[in-house]
Design a binder for this molecule. Structure first.
Ligand SMILES: [Zn+2]
Ligand SMILES: [Zn+2]
Length: 281
């Protein structure tokens, strides 16, 4: 069994650790493989300074990850990926995998982040959606439904990211029919694209949520429709590489999944959830 995390950020984008520090963190966490997925370059319209990698840094990113792959061969399998934003131009070939992600919506010609702070989210809904969070959700899931087509990703990142600041449904009701219709529409659109969906613990390690993405009703719907999942930490620091993986695995099991998918040298392969849970603390 390989304990793997494919969603990792470094100082090349908005992470706090170098790529090599992340490698050492993964080895300490008991991983046998690690994927790097720094944020793809964005145009100035999309607020790239906040999180994206500069286009001019992509060659250095690529060569550093390939250097680490050589250096740690035999200790850790290393994959070169990108978290490909739905607003980024398509990357050159040569990445082992892409995670397709939506971090913002566009309204009134303005790019509005759903991932920045609670205050930014509240202002965006007040100023551009007339205070209607479900209208924001409809705009968000419209974009999410198209993310695989736009990015050609193999994995969909943090499907319901817009709930990052909505623990306990404090801001909006995730049981509302309009919310669920929008989310299910995106789910159905993505299921036609043969992509994996993350169970993502990133907002937990940063203290924003107590449970992984996606929410259980969405995970159960995904399971009912034959969707496939992987477990990812969206780690931005060397000490969170496998953060809350046990909770993620138990969530998957409780929602009816029996396996998760991991990347290998010969493509994605299924691993029994029981085996995964035996490996995580
Ligand atoms: Zn992301
Ligand atoms: Zn990420």
């Amino acid at each position: 069994m390989t304990l793997q995390n494919l969603h990792t950020h470094t100082v090349f984008s908005d992470g706090g650790s170098t790529a090599e520090e992340m490698v050492l963190g993964a080895i300490r966490a008991g991983c046998s493989s690690l994927g790097f997925s720094d944020h793809s370059p964005l145009s100035p319209f999309y607020d790239p300074d906040r999180y994206a990698m500069a286009a001019s840094d992509v060659p250095a990113y690529r060569s550093e990850i390939l250097r680490l792959r050589e250096k740690y061969a035999g200790e850790l399998e290393i994959y070169l990926g990108l978290e490909q934003d739905c607003d980024s131009p398509a990357p050159d070939a040569g990445f082992d995998y892409l995670i397709g992600s939506v971090h913002s919506v566009v309204a009134d010609g303005v790019c509005l982040s759903v991932d920045n702070t609670r205050e930014v989210l509240i202002s965006a809904v007040r100023d551009h959606f007339g205070g209607d969070y479900l209208a924001l959700a409809e705009a968000y899931y419209q974009r999410v439904g198209g993310v695989a087509g736009r990015t050609r990703c193999q994995i969909v990142g943090h499907f319901d990211l817009l709930t990052k600041f909505n623990e306990g449904d404090r801001l909006f009701d995730t049981g509302a029919p309009r919310y669920l219709d929008a989310a299910m529409g995106a789910l159905d659109a993505l299921l036609k694209e043969d992509v994996l969906f993350e169970i993502n613990t990133g907002a937990m390690s940063r203290g924003c949520r107590s449970a992984p993405y996606p929410a259980p009703p969405l995970l159960r719907a995904l399971r009912d429709r034959g969707g496939r999942i992987c477990v990812a930490s969206d780690s931005h620091r060397a000490d969170t590489i496998a953060f809350a993986f046990r909770q993620a695995g138990e969530l998957a099991l409780s929602c009816g999944f029996r396996e998760i998918w991991t990347l290998t040298g010969s493509g994605f392969q299924a691993v029994r959830l029981e085996k995964f849970l035996e490996c995580v603390k």
